[in-house]
Design a protein around this ligand. Structure first.
Ligand SMILES: [Mn+2]
Length: 329
């Protein structure tokens, strides 16, 4: 197809497959994209519920050649069988019910050995995402979150399910310890002192934009992965698009100046994405706050880059396996 945005706008034009074990098994799916178009827990500007559809639309511009990524010199379709599981139907005003529905879909995807890519939605999206992975693991879980904000609030006006709370809800999980949690890119004037205290008291590693300026993005990204993978079985990766400077991604609830650059995020995703990531999300893309469509395009790239890093990881593992077979024979 010559016109990239022709056809049905699934993620990278992947076939639509219901988030049900039998259907995913039949499709041989190894990666499933699942939208959670829900922004009812937002404390300021809503709009992220329109994120999944806009990210899918933007992804069509990267849908040529089986998803070849030149930076990685890898073709996604050589190593991943991608499907689009559509959206979880949210319950307006009822976050718990909405998250329960998301977790049921994610449980099916895990049962089919499918790597879930959750498209938010506001950052509350991470709560069902992390809960579903946590439940699936036998051992400890690590967590890496890219975010301008700490999102460690215990609750907002008595409500524990909020886009200000995902890191705290992850901390609450029975197999997660603060020492295995890393928040990358925190900065700016919108982080309450309480959230900093929660991070400090629980031993969460906060790697700020100033740390990136001082140590470089490679060192910071490696540190985040080290923290999250130290003694854990798998890592959940959450990318809040607002981690970028507002100049790179302004279509989001709470953009800030002084954030990470596009190059820094791209590099960090390459390093973290090469690790033992078992699920990811990309949240807080609010397309109506960006009439140019650019922020959704950035959201698509975040996912594509992590998938490219995953494809390289699988390619390298297969290469090592083949090498062992040759040596043994
Ligand atoms: Mn956030």
């Amino acid at each position: 197809m010559a016109i990239l945005h022709a056809g049905i706008a699934t993620f990278l034009k992947a076939p639509p497959v219901a988030p049900e074990r039998a259907a995913l098994d039949e499709a041989g799916a190894t990666v499933g994209v699942l939208g959670l178009p829900y922004d009812s827990t937002t404390v300021t500007r809503p709009g992220a519920s329109h994120g999944p559809r806009a990210i899918r639309d933007a992804s069509s511009h990267y849908s040529f050649g089986g998803g070849y990524h030149g930076d990685y010199d890898v073709t996604l379709s050589d190593h991943l069988t991608l499907v689009d599981c559509g959206d979880v139907d949210g319950a307006p005003g009822r976050a718990q019910e909405t998250y329960d529905r998301a977790e049921r879909a994610l449980d099916e995807m895990y049962a089919a050995a499918c790597f879930p890519v959750l498209l938010g939605g506001d950052h509350g999206t991470t709560i069902p995402g992390a809960r579903a992975l946590s439940r699936r693991l036998d051992g400890p879980m690590g967590f890496v979150m890219f975010d301008t904000h700490l999102d460690t609030a215990p609750e907002i006006d008595g409500e524990p399910l909020s886009h200000c709370c995902p890191a705290h809800r992850v901390l609450d999980l029975p197999n997660v310890e603060g020492r295995n949690m890393a928040i990358v890119g925190a900065h700016g004037a919108a982080n309450p002192k309480l959230e900093k205290d929660v991070a400090d008291e629980n031993g969460i590693t906060v790697l700020t934009v100033r740390d990136i300026d001082r140590d470089g993005i490679d060192a910071v990204a490696r540190r985040a992965l080290e923290v999250a993978s130290d003694g854990t079985e798998a890592v959940y990766l959450s990318v809040d698009i607002d981690v970028l400077d507002g100049a790179y991604a302004w279509g989001t609830c709470g953009p800030e100046i002084g954030g990470m650059t596009g190059r820094e995020l791209v590099r960090a995703l390459e390093i973290v994405g090469a690790g033992p990531i078992a699920a990811m999300d990309c949240v807080e893309v609010a397309p109506m706050l960006d009439p140019s469509g650019h922020t959704a395009r950035v959201g698509a790239r975040v996912v594509i880059d992590v998938l490219a890093a995953r494809a390289c990881r699988l390619r390298d593992a297969a290469g090592a396996e083949a090498g062992r077979a040759v040596t043994a024979s």
